[in-house]
Design a binder for this molecule. Structure first.
Ligand code: ADP
Length: 182
C-alpha cells in the first residue's frame, strides 16, 4: 500500500537556488527509505515538503487518504533544557491539548521504545548526546506517527552511538509499523 506518492516535485527558493527538480518518491506503508546524497542536494527540502513545512513550486503529493500523523526528528535534539525527559516527550501531546494524566501511557511507552524508561525524571543536561537523541525520537513517537521523518538525526554523534541508534531505528520502525524517511 502506498502511503504517499510524490511526483515531479520542484522547489526553487526566492534566492534562485533550485533545491529540487523533478523529485519523485513512492513510499509504502512500513517501508524505510534513506535519501542519500551530498550536502546541499535537497534532502532536507524533500523531508520538509513531505512534512508540509515547505510548499513545493511544482509537482504533486498524493496521500493514501488523509495525511497521517507525522513525527519529525531533526539533527539536533532540541530539548527544552528546563523540563525533564518526561515533559520533553509529552510536549507534542501538551501542544495538542491533551491533559497530563491522559498522556502518561503514551509517554511511558515511547520511553520504553527508546530504552529510557528509567530516565523520565532526568533533565537533558544529565544525558549523553545519544540519550538526548533518544529523547528526541521518543518525542517524535509519542503521537504514534505512521510516518517518521528523520533529518540526519545521528550526524552529530560518534560512530559507535550512531551504529547503535541505527539498529534501534530499524527495531523501532518494525515495532511501531511506522514508515521512515531518513
Ligand atoms: P541537504 O539536506 O541535502 O543538505 P537542503 O535541502 O538543506 O540540502 O538544501 C538544498 C539547497 O537549497 C542548498 O543549496 C541550500 O543552500 C538551499 N536552501 C535550503 N533551504 C533554503 C532556504 N530556506 N532559502 C534558500 N536556500 C535554501
Amino acid at each position: 500500500m502506498t502511503l504517499v506518492s510524490l511526483s515531479g516535485i520542484g522547489k526553487t527558493f526566492p534566492n534562485g537556488v533550485a533545491a529540487l527538480e523533478d523529485f519523485s518518491l513512492d513510499l509504502h506503508a512500513g517501508e524505510i527509505v534513506s535519501l542519500v546524497g551530498p550536502s546541499g542536494c535537497g534532502k532536507s527540502t524533500a523531508l520538509r515538503i513531505i512534512a508540509g513545512l515547505t510548499a513545493p513550486d511544482r509537482g504533486t503529493i498524493v496521500w493514501d487518504g488523509a495525511p497521517p500523523q507525522i513525527g519529525f526528528v531533526f539533527q539536533d535534539a532540541t530539548l527544552l533544557p528546563w523540563a525533564n525527559v518526561f515533559d520533553n516527550v509529552r510536549l507534542p501531546l501538551r501542544l495538542a491539548g491533551a491533559p497530563r494524566r491522559a498522556s502518561w501511557d503514551a509517554v511511558a511507552e515511547a520511553l520504553v521504545t527508546v530504552g529510557l524508561a528509567a530516565f523520565g525524571n532526568a533533565t537533558p543536561r544529565e544525558l549523553s548526546g545519544g540519550m538526548k537523541m533518544r529523547v528526541s525520537i521518543a518525542r517524535a513517537l509519542v503521537q504514534r506517527p505512521k510516518l517518521l521523518l528523520m533529518d540526519e538525526p545521528f550526524a552529530a554523534l560518534d560512530e559507535i552511538v550512531r551504529f547503535q541508534l541505527n539498529d534501534d531505528l530499524l527495531r523501532i520502525a518494525a515495532e511501531t509499523g511506522a514508515s521512515v524517511v531518513f
